[in-house]
Design a protein around this ligand. Structure first.
Ligand SMILES: [Zn+2]
Length: 327
């Protein structure tokens, strides 16, 4: 194999395994802004470019931060067939049953989303616009990943069934080709009773699609044979892609699956942003639009928040462990 081709392949496989493609992640975060109620939407709209661009930050640091990769997926089938029912939903109970090392080896996305929810709520309590935006963008990334079928299985790239490349096919190629036709009216963000359980609903909905995705693609590949692939030129490069015809046929068989997963992700991100804001006492975000708090101000406020948390969590800790943080 010639060198340049190797490089292109490397680059492709990196793009392929990076969660919803950059394109879809950015579109999802952007559209989530429009689910927000009036007291939140001005602040979020003002920073919509940042929220869109930073939607892919977790994937950008994946190879630099050792703990990062595991936050983007969960290999549910590693634990057996009915993991969705058996796996403890809360971090501490899951650790007690499977150990932290094991959980980290097979992915922690649902627990990490919950951790990010608490960080976002605290950023609202702190009324620190920079932190609110950074965490909003990143929790959007993890919620979106949790809603992708191939982020919930060990066979994430079809490597166990001779379907290598299907990861990027489903989450990058299909949205890039067809997501302009989707209906993105998902309604208004709603308050979540329990964010930890809510993200598990997303993971469950995604995981239920895994069998269909893999089985249907396998069948279709047999029908299309070499017509499965074609070459497209992007900029100065010619790359091997799933052909337009093949993509269209697969997208049709999936019958709205990619659209539903995208819509659920958008709505769920809005719900998490809104819930964190409500749970922090609905701070006035319009005051934060052009505001940069000083360091001392933030330190003082952090002290108040720590006191508030110590008081509240002592009571709550007896009832459940949902506030305890996963890594
Ligand atoms: Zn990701």
């Amino acid at each position: 194999m010639k060198r340049p081709f190797c490089l292109i392949l490397l680059l492709c496989s990196w793009i392929i395994l990076s969660g919803w493609g950059f394109f879809a992640h950015q579109r999802i975060n952007r559209l989530a802004v429009f689910t927000l109620p009036p007291p939140m939407v001005r602040f979020y709209k003002k920073h919509i470019t940042f929220l869109t661009e930073a939607a892919v930050n977790p994937d950008r640091r994946r190879y630099a931060v050792p703990d990062e990769a595991a936050r983007n997926y969960i290999d549910l089938d590693h634990y057996g067939d009915s993991t969705l029912f058996k796996m403890p939903k809360f971090w501490n109970k899951a650790v007690a049953e499977f150990s932290e090392d094991t959980l980290k080896s097979y992915g922690i996305v649902p627990w990490h989303v919950n951790t990010m929810y608490y960080r976002l709520r605290d950023a609202f309590l702190l009324r620190d616009p920079v932190r609110i935006l950074k965490i909003s963008a990143e929790i959007g990334h993890y919620i979106a990943d949790a809603n992708v079928p191939l982020h919930t299985t060990e066979n994430y790239n079809g490597q166990l069934t001779g379907q290598e490349g299907i990861h990027g096919f489903w989450e990058s190629r299909l949205p890039e080709l067809f997501s302009d036709q989707y209906d993105y009216f998902v309604g208004k963000a709603a308050h979540l009773e329990d964010p930890q359980l809510a993200i598990w609903d997303g993971v469950a909905a995604a995981h239920q699609c895994v069998k269909t995705v893999l089985a249907e693609e396998k069948q279709l590949a047999e029908k299309f044979k070499e017509k499965k692939y074609s070459f497209e030129t992007k900029g100065r490069q010619t790359i091997k892609v799933y052909s337009q015809e093949y993509s269209k046929a697969f997208h049709k068989i999936l019958d709205g699956m990619v659209e539903r997963r995208m819509r659920d992700a958008i709505k769920m991100i809005g719900d998490f942003w809104y819930t964190a804001w409500v749970d922090a006492g609905q701070p006035d975000l319009n005051l934060l639009i052009d505001y940069k708090p000083g360091e001392e101000e933030l330190l003082q406020r952090q002290k108040e928040i720590d006191e508030w948390k110590a008081k509240n969590f002592r009571v709550r800790g007896h009832q459940d462990d949902s506030f305890e943080e996963a890594p």
